[in-house]
Design a protein around this ligand. Sequence first.
Ligand SMILES: [Zn+2]
Length: 279
Amino acid sequence: MRKYLPLVLAFLLCACQPQGLVSTATPAQPLPTATTTPSPPPLPTVTLTPLPTRSSTPYPTFEVCSPLEDETLQSLPLILTNPLVIPPSFGQDTGHHGVDFAYYQRGDRMSIEGIEIYAIMAGKTVLTLDDDIPYGYAVIIETPLSDLPEAVQQVLLTGYLPVPKDPNYRLSCPEVPVPALTGELSVYHLYAHMEARSALNRGDPIACGDKLGTVGNTGYSSNPHLHLETRLGPSGADFKTMAHYESTNTTEQIGNYCLWRMSGYYQLFDPFILFDSVD
Ligand SMILES: [Zn+2]
């Protein structure tokens, strides 16, 4: 076998040569000319998803929540101990600003003290107070007026009086920067005299019904109750502190207190306008 190997290899090499290279008799064939345009690859099939139908309700997310544990918006009048009577004149700190909810016994509960306090509307945290005078432990939440249904906006705007140029303070009120007037208004809701407040910081978002604290008797308060103030005023309030009536109060604390309660920028309205606006 070994002596035939060269012959076998020669045969194999010859057999493996491409025909065109060993034959010069066959002329090179021209490449076929393409006469048709190749079809483009098919486009991927796209399934069109219909856009969600917009709800016919113009404010589908607007919600008002009861501010107190185990109470509904409908039961709140039963525990309203101080309704909003007559808003005090601008420049004065007389009268009662806001409404109070309290009871001594209700069902199995022997006191309102310690029950949970909830945000009545979604918004963001504007101010938190830790046992300052007069509000005690307190939280203020801001809700843009534009978040409210048109009809409620109109009611609130109708009651919003022109802001006085000089509120003529009857108390010692230092000069503080007035709010930036962008034309935007917000509803501010203050929850005061709480036993303790939730761990919130300025700017924190709040959902309707979020727990803000528990009912207490802190600050200027003679019995456990929830003091609720609802005001309409320029958006973007930036209160960092707020207090009055103590010798240790700073100019900023007193100035913000005057701005909030007496300047006329933040005007009281009855929270039952909100409670009654939803079914
Ligand atoms: Zn009160």
